[in-house]
Design a protein around this ligand. Structure first.
Ligand code: SIN
Length: 538
């Protein structure tokens, strides 16, 4: 179907209303750009709202003795298990203090300690208390509230309930607009010389996730179809502690923030034995990949192998309800009082460490296409993200991406276009089958045989469909993301960070490099030749 042209009149279309998207939109407006924000849901529907722990940042005038930006960089590199881009890490972490200051100027209120300075907590992999938080454990909600309030003057229009389907491109492949569908499947084209993807992650690849319903990998799929490349997609971080609400949990599960362990809680099994004792020098505050994998191993090794959850003993934390109101409310709703009994928890899909390859200014390899936040792979996270570095990345890269768009517009390198776009046809798998096999064979603990099963099930349940409804756009994105992930996971014959291969349990430094995925001419995700990647071309 050919679609009508809507002249958006914008210099920049931002897709997504999370921290990266709203930060970019606000900065672009400050720079005098005309911005339109598009979201497939309603404004507060993204991942940002659910972030609990906080923003990892070393502020110049308030930090632990001996802590520094360099120490934060070191912790990030350690957590990333050898696959971070060191320049990207240095640039993004160094941008943290200014980003947090700007956010506070925009109205975000962080929790204060008794001395009047910002309260700081600690999470897994951090060598110091440097995570600033809001509302106890409601940091994402406060960040989102402040950013939405700052956009509420009408100068950043938001088009709700429109899903981004594809980039519109010139004959030379430059992005010059966006094909969208409304909730009823009515298509339209928004023309703009710059499109910024800030669409979040892909937790819905799995049956149980901390992510909301909207986290279906749409931006990753759109970028690949537009000719961009992705990397590190095999590294999906599982959060060690989502609230266990019963066998066979589905969809978004309530998070139990790692800051609960930062304040002294410990993981125990059904017999009361400590799960993390002897596993890592930081014990319960080891990096997240280590803790999630240790829980999974502990459960598999339990007599009879029947347990599917462990417990977080937070009974020693004074005034739990005041410090962690969001977690407390979720526990109470599940019939657990964390002050008197350990919280049942299990790992669940949480964060895509990889994504669309982009630099720290959000530029992808496709002119006019930018990415920021979880959808992007800047190299900050490597094989495993350090806790509370994601809001930080969204704030820093969101700002820088808006500045990059302004600079590229001023240089005249972006394209404007006219015309219409066709709704694409793409392979679409059955979502339930996909989530089932991804959870069974491509979560923590993968092997060649299981990954091949995922491929076969996807083959059997996939059909080519015209993407003429929001649900089909999402399902096509999940299908493409799953295909890319299993291709990369099957080829990486080692265990590193969030990628745990039971048939290759050791780290192999021949694999100390990222894998790049692109689409071949028939639209299938393929891995670039490793030799080509090491020469820096995909
Ligand atoms: C948490 O609070 O444990 C999650 C925060 C994050 O993903 O960084």
């Amino acid at each position: 179907m050919s679609t009508p042209l809507w002249e958006a009149g914008a210099d920049l279309v931002v897709v997504g209303t999370g921290v990266a998207g709203l930060t970019a939109a606000l900065r672009a407006r400050e720079l005098g750009l005309r911005v339109l924000v598009v979201t497939k849901g309603e404004q507060p529907d993204g991942n940002t709202r659910w972030a609990q722990g906080g923003v990892a940042v070393v502020l110049p005038d308030q930090h632990d003795e001996g802590d520094s930006v360099d120490a934060h960089v070191r912790d990030t590199l350690t957590a990333g298990a050898g696959l971070c881009d060191e320049d990207a890490v240095a640039a993004i972490i160094a941008g943290g203090p200014a980003a947090v200051t700007r956010l506070r100027e925009r109205g975000a209120v962080f929790d204060a300690a008794a001395d009047g300075l910002l309260a700081r907590t600690r999470e897994g992999g951090h060598s110091a208390f440097r995570v600033v938080h809001a509302g106890g454990d409601a940091t994402g909600a406060e960040v989102e509230r402040a950013l939405l309030a700052a956009t509420a003057d009408g100068r950043v229009p938001v088009l709700e309930r429109h899903v981004a389907v594809d980039a519109v491109r010139t004959p030379l492949g430059q992005v010059c607009g966006l094909l969208v569908l409304d909730a009823d499947g009515v298509p339209g084209v928004l023309t703009a010389p710059a499109v910024l993807l800030a669409t979040g992650g892909l937790g819905q690849l799995y049956q149980a996730t901390s992510n909301p319903e909207v986290a279906t990998g749409d931006g990753l799929a759109l970028a690949l179809r537009a000719g961009a490349v992705a990397a590190d997609v095999e590294f999906v971080q599982f959060h060690p502690t989502v609230l266990y609400t019963g066998r066979g949990a589905r969809g978004r599960c309530p998070l139990v923030t790692e800051a609960v362990r930062g304040e002294g809680a410990v993981l125990v099994d059904a017999t009361g034995a400590r799960v993390m004792r002897g596993v890592h020098p930081l014990a319960d505050l080891a990096p997240r990949d280590v803790v999630a994998a240790a829980i999974t191993r502990h459960l598999a090794d339990a007599p009879g192998g029947v347990d599917d959850h462990v417990f977080l003993d937070a009974t020693g934390i004074p005034d739990f309800a005041r410090r962690f109101p969001t977690v407390f409310a979720a526990c109470v709703a599940a019939g657990v009082d964390p002050a008197v009994r350990p919280i049942p928890v299990a790992p669940a899909a949480h964060f895509a460490c990889g994504g669309v390859v982009s630099d720290v200014d959000g530029r992808t390899g496709v002119t006019g296409l930018y990415a920021a936040g979880e959808v992007a792979r800047t190299g900050l996270h490597g094989a495993n993200r350090l806790a509370s570095n994601s809001l930080l990345e969204g704030l820093v890269v969101g700002t820088r991406a808006a500045e990059a768009v302004a600079a590229d517009l001023a240089l005249g390198v972006l394209a404007r276009c006219q015309g219409t776009a066709e709704l694409p046809t793409a392979p679409v798998a059955d979502r339930d089958s996909l989530q089932r096999v991804m959870s069974r064979y491509a979560a923590i603990g993968r092997d060649a045989e299981g990954l091949a099963v995922v491929g076969s099930v996807l083959d059997l349940s996939t059909a080519d469909r015209e993407l003429d409804s929001p649900r089909l756009v999402e399902d096509a994105a999940l299908t493409l993301a799953a295909r890319a992930l299993i291709a990369a996971a099957a080829r990486r014959t080692e265990s590193r960070g969030c990628h745990v291969r039971t048939d290759h349990p050791a780290r192999d430094d021949a694999w100390r490099r990222g894998q790049v995925v692109r689409l071949n001419p028939s639209g299938q995700p393929v891995l670039a030749d490793p030799a080509a990647v090491s020469r820096g071309v995909a």
